[in-house]
Design a protein around this ligand. Structure first.
Ligand code: NDP
Length: 443
């Protein structure tokens, strides 16, 4: 079977799953030459096995609104690959959630988790429930109902979820509480927990910090730093907030934030009191970025994305396919030379092509945003040891892990003086998982 035949088979088996097929195509194109060159992988049919989730659970989640109405949402957990450790990956609550999106996220997670060098397999889950505009009571009842089914598939050595879009500290708390009550045990079955009941310092910051650390390492390959760089960030949630904080620490200037209604351009930079305002707006008042623009009298671009803004570095931190082909061209044309993806698969395939053809520093999500899951694995370690590391210790470990991910990408992706981080991340992530699958026999 050649690459085209292989992809045709995957397409036939997964019709109507465009996001999943997009992520498979991107990975398989990179690893195909390695697959061909290693007969032991072919003989064990590793690729056909790796694109098939080990297990998918789909279930009904009924819940009662404050006004007494009964609603039903759909819950999912995709347990994709456990060759190198328990399934690990976040839960997403967003109306757009469907099987295709969760399979793409779970598939990406396999390689990302492998790149962290830590023993964690790949999984992802969530629901089409929309927490926006719901009361705390409604969110709690939804989370409890969700766990009434999901609990039986989880365990600290089996499957350990975390947060993602729409799932933060509050939701993790409600879900962990329900798990603890049903199982009558206190174990590290979730990561992203609050500090006073088993969470790790720096977990909330980890993905955003890691994305910036990865960019810092990419910039260093060209003798540059963040000092005085203009940075465009999308999103305004967990990943964006801490990416902004770290860019500020390193001397850069972040000039945009966004949400699904539009973006804000603040040419003076989102820092100091303005960053504090953003944290309160999004995490306490649960407001919209438009309010930031009103508060600080800067421009809000309704219904638009921030990529038209001139910058040196771009950090997409909102969602998948948020940079289309034209926007990728605009970024490059406007002089952007470094893109580090905090979000998962935020750039469409033609956009990725543009970045690679123009030889910009392009760090794909599975490498650049791995700091979050790496810190989750550190949280699991702290939970099993029943201890907690200091802030500095955790931050240092994240820094080292991001450095090691960068090194692996360079090792497998260097092509003359250019590093193809897509190829590097895919091959490095694949090798470890494929070898473990070989060791375990045909399962
Ligand atoms: P949050 O829910 O905290 O924030 C998401 C942000 O993205 C919000 O500003 C949201 O705006 C915006 N957004 C979501 N969907 C869309 C859309 N369709 N169009 C435009 N804007 C949108 O999520 P996180 O910050 O945790 O996650 C952001 C990204 O990072 C995701 O791709 C996630 O998979 C990835 N990621 C997260 C990790 C983590 O540790 N949290 C780890 C690794 C990756 P609005 O409020 O309008 O919806």
């Amino acid at each position: 079977m050649n690459l085209q035949e292989f992809m045709q088979k995957v397409k036939a088996n997964n019709a109507n799953e465009p996001e999943f097929l997009q992520s498979v195509e991107e990975v398989i194109e990179s690893i195909w030459p390695v697959y061909e060159a290693n007969p032991q992988f072919k003989q064990a049919n590793i690729l056909e096995r790796i694109v098939e989730p080990e297990r998918v659970v789909m279930f009904r989640v009924p819940w009662v609104a404050d006004n007494g109405d009964v609603h039903v949402n759909r819950g999912y957990r995709v347990e994709f690959n456990s060759a190198i450790g328990p399934y690990k990956g976040g839960l997403r609550f967003h109306p757009s959630v469907n099987l295709s999106i969760l399979k793409f996220l779970g598939f990406e997670q396999i390689f990302k988790n492998s790149l962290t060098t830590l023993p964690i397999g790949g999984g992802k889950g969530g629901s089409d429930f929309n927490p926006r505009g719901k009361s705390d009571g409604e969110v709690m009842r939804f989370c409890q109902s969700f766990m009434l089914e999901l609990f039986r598939h989880l365990g600290p050595n089996t499957d350990v979820p975390a947060g993602d879009i729409g799932v933060g500290k509050r939701e993790i708390g409600y879900m962990f509480g329900m798990y603890k009550k049903i199982k009558n045990e206190f174990t590290g079955v979730f990561t992203g927990k609050s500090l006073n009941w088993g969470g790790s310092l720096i977990r909330p910051e980890a993905t955003g910090y890691g994305t910036v650390y990865f960019a810092e390492d990419m910039l260093a390959t060209r003798g540059m730093t963040f000092e005085d760089k203009t940075v465009v960030v999308s999103g305004s949630g967990n990943v964006s907030q801490f990416a902004i904080e770290k860019v500020n620490d390193l001397g850069g200037k972040v000039v945009t934030i966004s949400d699904s209604e539009g973006f804000v351009h603040d040419p003076d930079g989102i820092k100091g009191d303005k960053w504090e305002y953003l944290m309160d707006l999004k995490n306490v008042r649960r407001g919209r970025v438009k309010e930031y623009a009103e508060e600080f009298k800067v421009k809000f671009y309704a219904g638009q994305r921030p990529w038209i803004t001139k910058c040196d570095v771009a950090l997409p931190c909102a969602t998948q396919n948020e940079i289309d082909a034209k926007e990728a061209e605009t970024l490059v044309k406007n002089g952007c030379f470094c893109i580090s993806e905090g979000a998962n698969m935020p750039t469409v395939p033609d956009g990725v092509k543009t970045f690679l053809e123009n030889k910009v520093l392009y760090g794909p999500g599975k490498a650049a945003n791995a700091g979050g899951v790496a810190t989750s694995a550190l949280e699991m370690t702290q939970n099993s040891m029943r201890m907690g590391w200091h802030r500095e210790e955790v931050d240092e470990k994240i820094r080292d892990i991001m450095k090691s991910i960068h090194e692996q990408c360079v090792m497998y992706g260097a092509d003359g003086d250019f590093v193809n981080y897509v190829k590097g991340a895919n091959i490095a992530g694949y090798m470890k998982v494929a070898e473990a699958m070989l060791d375990h026999g045909v399962l």
